[in-house]
Write a protein that binds this ligand. Structure first.
Ligand code: IPM
Ligand code: MG
Length: 358
């Protein structure tokens, strides 16, 4: 069966980094005779400028029919003052919700050669390898009711943090199974000392632990996890959390590794359809300068090959090629410690060279 891949470069450096990933993808398709059909469309502010919507209907339809969506990044100051429905971020949240991409996998790992780029001392950060499993289609991001009420005095605003048991069970299952495939440790993070929704979350995750006797489960309060991630990140293997706490914790985890330009992510639904995006944003300040780091996007392509495209061996090849790229001393501007660096547009051909040799 032909696998459909949709590329949505989006805004800012999204354009450059997806073009590097596409070079690698095109190479793999020819080299390995892959039955892939690749389509490229607009999303985010770029789509708003051209079509008056950050996520035109035909783009959403195409995404729904695709096995994997490679998503660059969206947003920029140019579109900051639009109303919410037209904002580039809305495209991202709609894609997550419409494709039911409830499981967001955000690995945070350190290439030991790059330890000096981390804001954390080497001995604390060495060998960092964490997976954050973030719930992505529920919680306070989507909870109803929600409103800003301006016709009352005092005016007020509210959101609803809500999870039903099925939503918690399906994300916890992904987290337990990920822990089984990794080092067998799972830390579930919430605020059970304050929030009903968190107490409920903790009870359900605790109850599920009996089905995973090989996983060591712990529970932690989100504020403590924020601190522990900085003090002693290597205590973690897999962390599972809600949409909001997972958002915050994954930024901390990503920063530990020194460059957010290295970290990929996958957002999956229950039929292994997925959207794959780098953890970094659209970085409008460096857009078009050929200095962005495309490795996070390329590693996201590897995750797509692994989780949605049945090509685990090729995923491993890409991951190894990225390791080799770093080991051979190649550095993009964000991780370079001197004046010399590899341009965005040069990265893919160096990696292809490594892939050909290895
Ligand atoms: C992320 C981002 C998004 C989020 C924004 C851009 C809506 O911060 O993917 O982590 O909050 O989920
Ligand atoms: Mg975030």
């Amino acid at each position: 069966m032909t696998k459909e891949i949709l590329i949505l470069p989006g805004d800012g450096i999204g354009q450059e980094v997806t073009s590097s990933a596409k070079e690698i993808l095109d190479f793999l398709i020819v080299e390995h005779g892959l039955d892939f059909k690749v389509t490229e469309m607009e999303a985010g502010g770029t789509a708003y400028d051209k079509f008056g919507s950050p996520l035109p209907e035909n783009v959403l339809d195409k995404a729904k029919q695709s096995d994997a969506v490679l998503f660059g990044a969206v947003g920029g100051p140019k579109w900051d003052n639009l109303d919410w429905d037209n904002r580039p971020e809305h495209a991202l949240l709609s894609l997550r919700k419409e494709l039911e991409l409830f499981a967001n996998l955000r690995p945070a790992f350190l290439f030991n050669e790059l330890a000096s780029a981390s804001p954390i001392k080497d001995h604390i950060i060495k060998n960092l390898d964490i997976l954050i499993v973030r719930e992505l289609t529920g919680g306070i991001y989507f909870g109803e009711p929600r409103a800003i009420v301006e016709d009352k005095s005092p005016s007020y605003a509210f959101n609803t943090m809500i999870y039903n048991e099925n939503e918690i069970k399906r994300i916890a299952k992904v987290a337990f199974e990920s822990a089984q495939k990794r080092n067998g440790k799972l830390c579930s993070v919430e605020k059970a000392n304050v929030l009903e929704v968190s107490k409920f979350w903790r009870a359900i995750v605790s109850d599920m632990a009996k089905d995973y006797p090989d996983v060591e489960l712990s529970h932690q309060l989100a504020d403590n996890t924020a601190m522990q991630l900085v003090l002693n990140p290597n205590q973690y293997d897999v962390i599972v959390s809600s949409n909001l706490f997972g958002d915050i914790l994954s930024d901390i985890a990503a920063t530990l590794s020194g460059s957010i330009g290295m970290l990929p992510s996958a957002s999956l639904n229950s039929s292994a359809q997925g959207m794959y995006e780098p953890c970094h944003g659209s970085a409008p300040d460096i857009a078009g300068m050929d200095i962005a780091n495309p490795l996070a996007m390329i590693a996201s392509l590897a995750m797509a090959l692994r989780y949605s495209l049945d090509q685990k061996d090729l995923a491993i090849k890409i991951d190894n090629a990225i390791k080799e790229f770093i080991a051979q001393g190649y550095r993009t501007k964000d991780i370079s410690t001197d004046e010399e660096y590899v341009k965005t547009s040069e990265v893919a051909s160096i990696l292809i060279g490594i892939l050909k040799n290895g």
